[in-house]
Design a protein around this ligand. Structure first.
Ligand code: SF4
Length: 393
């Protein structure tokens, strides 16, 4: 599968069809190649980059810092801004918003805005403040990993998103909420539809754009992987990268393979070995996510096994417990609240910092593992209006 970047650079001598070559998503070097073709001076790259990544301009006609003849030439060659736009919004009782965001080929991808963050982790000492907003970003349309508890998996993989489509989701949501970079604090979690490390190049291109051009600190970003070992090893050597979360979800290979078939390819031992290669920055912790499925992986003996397993990692880490979110045609059970709290307490007893993630937007299919282009479904009939919330300890 390609990263979708191949058609972005100029096929410069042939006129392009109108609106087929999005500029949003290209880095300065790529913009420079395009503008050089039109014999524009080097400083025009800065002006175009400013329009794309600082002013979030929607149309080339509105980039008035560029001369009109240059804009006309770009448009005639098929270039356009190509910033993804929100076409549908679903609002949860808890203020979370789920969006369908359109891509340049007429598909839609899902993105979620959580106005007070996604943390809700009682006592979590991370630097992501409770009152900061968080955007949950997708990296693919659909997903090939096929985790058995995830609605997105039901789609299969449709295609990779481009870097512009990944970073563009963030900008579309920032624009909607009038967020100003530098004034407002924002967290990004790459935990939407798809496995980011199966679209590695586009994902990391998007991260670099978000950090270097748009101005969001990498320390405010977290990427979650199901355990794609080659991706983790590449990620370990990135000079600029988000924090890493591993979607573990099981105490041993037997349970993990049953709920995450990817474990047949890279089992827990390989996963731990790969994660140990990732150099951590001061105060950085690895996150292990653990979706609790009633009767499957939520027993106290499982918590003991997870404790033993994670002590082998030998790095600063924490566990985020996520109560499974129901969806149509899914036969798993939500564990009862007391089981969740006992599981958390047992992990802590084993020396593992553990937090219960407060579910966000579960009633509108915006919570973890629920994104599936449920455009026609406005509310989740499987849940009461107010989402599950275990009692705080
Ligand atoms: S949980 Fe993530 S990796 Fe697994 S199928 Fe769903 S989107 Fe893909």
């Amino acid at each position: 599968m390609t990263s979708g970047r191949e058609n972005l650079l100029p096929i410069l001598d042939a006129p392009g069809s109108p609106g087929t070559r999005p500029l949003f998503g290209l880095n300065n070097q790529e913009l420079s190649v395009i503008l050089q073709h039109f014999e524009a001076p080097a400083y025009r790259v800065r002006q175009l980059s400013q329009a794309l990544y600082h002013n979030w301009t929607d149309s080339l006609d509105a980039v008035t810092t560029l001369p009109k003849n240059l804009r006309d030439q770009l448009i005639a060659a098929g270039y356009h801004i190509g910033l993804p736009s929100i076409v549908e919004t679903y609002t949860s009782v808890d203020g979370t918003e789920r969006y369908l965001i359109s891509t340049n080929d007429g598909q839609t991808v899902e993105t979620v805005w959580m106005p007070e963050g996604d943390d809700g982790e009682w006592g979590d000492g991370s630097d992501a403040g409770y009152h900061d907003s968080t955007i949950c970003v997708s990296s693919q349309i659909g997903c090939a990993v096929n985790c058995q508890f995830c609605l997105t998996a039901k789609l299969g993989i449709i295609r990779n998103l481009t870097a512009g489509e990944i970073a563009g989701q963030v900008v579309a949501v920032l624009k909607r909420h009038n967020v100003r970079i530098g004034r407002d604090r924002i967290n990004l979690v790459f935990m939407g539809m798809g496995e980011p490390f199966l679209n590695y190049d586009a994902f990391m291109d998007a991260v670099r754009l978000l950090v270097h051009e748009i101005g969001i600190a990498e320390s405010r970003m977290t990427v979650s992987t199901s355990g794609i070992m080659p991706g983790i090893l590449r990620f370990a050597s990135e000079p600029v990268r988000p924090k890493l979360a591993i979607s573990l979800n099981a105490p041993n290979d037997t349970v993990r393979t049953a709920i995450m078939p990817i474990n047949r390819k890279w089992d827990i031992q390989h996963l731990v070995a790969a994660v140990r290669q990732v150099p951590l920055r001061p105060k950085e912790k690895l996150t292990f996510e653990y979706v609790l499925l009633g009767g499957v992986n939520d027993q106290l003996a499982h918590a003991d096994e997870v404790g033993r397993l994670l002590r082998r990692v030998g790095r600063p880490l924490k566990v985020n417990l996520i109560v499974w979110n129901p969806g149509p045609l899914m036969s798993w059970e939500m564990p009862p609240p007391h089981q969740v709290m006992e599981f958390q307490a047992r992990l802590k007893h084993n020396g593992i910092p553990a937090f219960v993630r407060r579910p966000r937007g579960r009633d509108i299919y915006a919570a973890c593992g629920q994104l599936k282009q449920t455009g026609q479904v406005r509310t989740n009939p499987l849940l009461p209006a107010f989402p599950f919330l275990p009692e705080a300890p």
